[in-house]
Design a protein around this ligand. Structure first.
Ligand code: AMP
Length: 370
């Protein structure tokens, strides 16, 4: 699936290679493969990539590798829209910087500012901030942007949604012209393109389309069943895959809800993700699902939009999707980063014509349910 087979192709330091090995990154993801070389060459970057694509490591590796160990001052600044993302990014930088001794700190709104003054006194070279709080520090003089050589704007579209556009401009105007700018965004609204035009110098532009998602490495199986056998078939499958993290797709929210209650009654460790949930509730469910261990999530396509969980062991199409793109999109949520992926579809006589079409484009093995 990937052309570049290993991180050693980038001429990274032995320390960084060791860190990557330690955290289990064997080969670059698609976005990493396309953008990491340019980032390491010092080019400005605009990258359309979602959470889950491995985008964080692109700038984390670049920062860790290219920072000047001899000089002090804040050399790398990452802007992230939310506290959660800021913490996540800090962790990634720290894991990748582990053997080079590079440590980032997080500065976010909501935390006691005195705690942050203290952290800043220790002269960090890499900081990850939410915009509002960063500006607060810049205005108070506790953060200086003069030495920043790497500026990353992560999830730029989300920042826009929250209303941070002016804050981003404020920062962009204040960092040195020589700084390397890297902008990441899942979508490219006109404001983001404008920002890039105004501030990025001859950037490398990367846009990854959904079609580039390859699912060839995923083991795909279909069971032909009668409509009335479906639930029993599913429950059998769940018993057989007890220790796994499983995502079950239904075609409608209504049926998803019904299926969820059936599974819950049977004693399965299950949650239901529906499209009309409040963001906070949604986050809670996803947090639950991301945690280690076996769990089952039932979702419809709408609800699962933008859902990024790396280690889903098994996707089950309880309802068979109606078109190929959707099928690929659903099953592409397992088997990421070269991990083994597994997808099972239940196919009824009513699904047959869709199944034939989708099967002609994907490598699906037909099996009998016993
Ligand atoms: P991100 O899109 O940066 O949030 O990354 C999504 C997930 O993929 C994170 O859990 C990373 O730890 C993981 N990841 C990133 N790059 C790799 C890689 N090359 N190999 C395996 N896992 C990776």
């Amino acid at each position: 699936m990937f052309k570049i087979e290993s991180f050693s192709a980038y001429g990274l330091s032995s320390e960084t290679l060791r860190s990557l090995e330690r955290i289990g990154y064997v080969r670059p993801s698609l976005v990493q493969e396309k953008a990491l070389g340019h980032a390491l060459d010092g080019k400005d970057l605009i990258c359309q990539a979602k959470t889950g694509s491995g985008k964080t490591a692109i700038f984390a590796i670049t920062i860790v590798e290219r920072i000047d160990a001899g000089s002090s001052g804040i050399q790398a600044l990452v802007l992230a829209p939310t506290r959660e993302l800021a913490i996540q990014v800090t962790n990634e930088i720290n894991r990748i910087g582990y053997y080079r001794g590079i440590k980032a700190i997080t500065i976010y709104g909501g935390q006691d500012i005195r705690v942050q003054f203290k952290k800043l006194k220790e002269k960090p070279r890499v900081i990850v901030c939410t915009p509002g709080r960063l500006l607060d520090h810049v205005r108070r003089g506790s953060i200086k942007l003069d030495d920043v050589r790497f500026l990353v704007i992560d999830e730029a579209d989300k920042m826009l949604e929250i209303g941070f556009l002016d804050d981003i401009r404020f920062v962009l105007r204040r960092v040195s012209d020589d700084a390397q700018l890297m902008l990441f965004s899942a979508t490219m609204p006109s404001e983001i393109i404008q920002l890039a035009k105004n501030y990025l110098k001859n950037p490398y532009v990367l846009r990854i389309s959904e079609d580039e998602l390859s699912v060839d490495h995923i083991h795909q199986v279909a069971y032909k069943v009668k409509e009335r056998e479906k639930l029993r078939a599913l429950i059998n499958l769940l018993y057989r895959n007890k220790s796994k993290k499983i995502l079950i797709f239904t075609n409608t929210k209504k049926f998803g809800k019904y299926l969820f209650s059936k599974l819950k009654d049977k004693g399965f460790y299950v949650r239901f993700l529906s499209g009309d949930l409040k963001q906070e509730t949604r986050e809670k469910i996803l947090y639950w699902f991301r945690r280690k261990g076996s769990r089952i999530l039932v979702a419809s396509d709408v609800a699962s939009r933008g859902l990024d969980i790396v280690d889903i062991d098994l996707i089950i199409n309880y309802d068979f999707p109606r078109y190929d793109k959707l099928y690929v999109h659903r099953i592409g949520r397992t088997g990421r980063f070269g991990r083994a992926g597994f997808a099972i579809s239940l196919v009824t006589p009513l699904d047959e014509k869709y199944f034939q079409l989708i099967k002609s484009r994907n490598n699906i093995e037909i099996k009998n349910l016993r």
